[in-house]
Design a protein. Structure first.
Ligand code: SF4
Length: 339
């Protein structure tokens, strides 16, 4: 057992920025244990939408509890887990049990680096039917190599004691026995400790989104070495798969600009001529037939009233060229639309 300079126990908390991990940290701190936070970043996190100015609520940890937080990225190896999770998917392509195992394995290495004495999470028994039931919590603990060593302060009284509780290093009587989806107890406690007044949901994940999942399935099918960097463009535009090529059509001005910024060096860019319309990019092998198809898509989503018009296309190796094409029928678009 190691300890901090003040001879305090040091706990490493996995924190999402949500209410549960905030409260779990407070419960641990109340035992005069020092806490350091660890947050995992990934392109799948949608928290920023809800917490534009608060970095996903993570500032609360520092402001309210004085907790220093470290950040780690989920890396390319995470995508192999998304492709083939040992414990299956949730409703969409979210591999929640494997995802927990992945981050806990990384947290274990990190804990060693900073000499943390134990790891804890804000998990609550039965809060999520598939990934947080008793069996799932046990699997996560075992598979991450933390059997008997993973503390869940919010539900500890409903779980087998950890070795730290058994050794008397952590006072089990001051841990909680919360279960289920309702956050009423957590909110009551958060108010009591003056942590916050309103419930806030955090930890939104694109892998639980049906539309993003379809894009992800398609991406993994066509990419043997998936890269986290590629996840950015899966977030924007309408996606079409045509003859092994991916065609992405911007849905608005913001997306058009983003697509131009993130396009690869070999991607073709298409825009309808003299009319407001989308920016389209073509990824992967592109022959005349594919460019023709992408041009028709581009015209179909433009403001052009007539059915026939001109589309300009180019890539970094070629000068701009014009193509005169006819718009696609809706039913033809659906056949190749990924979502
Ligand atoms: S919702 Fe997403 S981030 Fe959360 S456990 Fe599941 S896969 Fe991981």
């Amino acid at each position: 057992m190691t300890s901090t300079q003040n001879n305090k126990l040091l706990g490493l908390g996995l924190i999402s920025g949500g209410l549960d991990s905030l409260l779990a940290s407070q419960i641990i701190k109340l035992q005069n244990i020092e806490v350091v936070g660890l947050n995992f970043k990934s392109p799948f996190c949608t928290c920023d939408k809800a917490y534009k100015n608060s970095d996903c609520g993570l500032n609360l940890y520092h402001e309210k509890l004085g907790i220093k937080t470290f950040f780690l990225q989920k890396e390319d190896d995470y995508l192999e887990i998304v492709r083939n999770p040992k414990f299956g998917y949730g409703k969409n392509i979210n591999p929640c049990i494997d995802c927990r195992i992945y981050i806990l394995k990384k947290a274990k290495v990190f804990a060693k680096k900073i000499n943390a004495d134990f790891i804890f999470t804000g998990e609550v028994l039965n809060q999520r039917p598939k990934s947080q039931n008793l069996k799932a919590l046990k699997i996560v603990e075992e598979e991450s190599g933390l059997t008997g060593k993973l503390l869940r302060p919010l539900s500890a009284l409903l779980l087998k004691p950890t070795i730290y509780e058994e050794q008397g290093l952590i006072d089990r009587s001051r841990l909680l026995g919360i279960r289920g989806r309702s956050r009423s107890i957590q909110l009551e406690l958060a108010r009591k400790y003056n942590l916050l007044n309103e419930y806030f949901a955090c930890g939104g994940c694109l892998l639980t989104d049906a539309s993003f999942s379809s894009r992800m399935v398609d991406y993994l099918l066509y990419n043997k070495n998936p890269k986290m960097d590629d996840m950015t463009y899966l977030k924007y535009g309408r996606h079409f798969r045509y003859k092994n090529s991916k065609i992405i059509v911007g849905r608005n001005e913001v997306e058009n600009k983003i697509l131009l910024q993130i396009k690869g060096p070999h991607d073709f860019v298409l825009q309808a001529k003299d009319v407001v319309g989308p920016t389209t990019i073509v990824q992967g092998p592109a022959n005349d037939e594919i460019i023709q198809f992408a041009a028709k898509l581009t015209l179909s989503y433009s403001d052009l009233k007539e059915s026939q018009g001109t589309v300009v296309y180019s890539n970094s190796k070629s000068n701009s060229s014009n193509l005169i094409v006819v718009k696609k029928e809706n039913k033809e678009l659906f056949k190749v639309h990924i979502l």
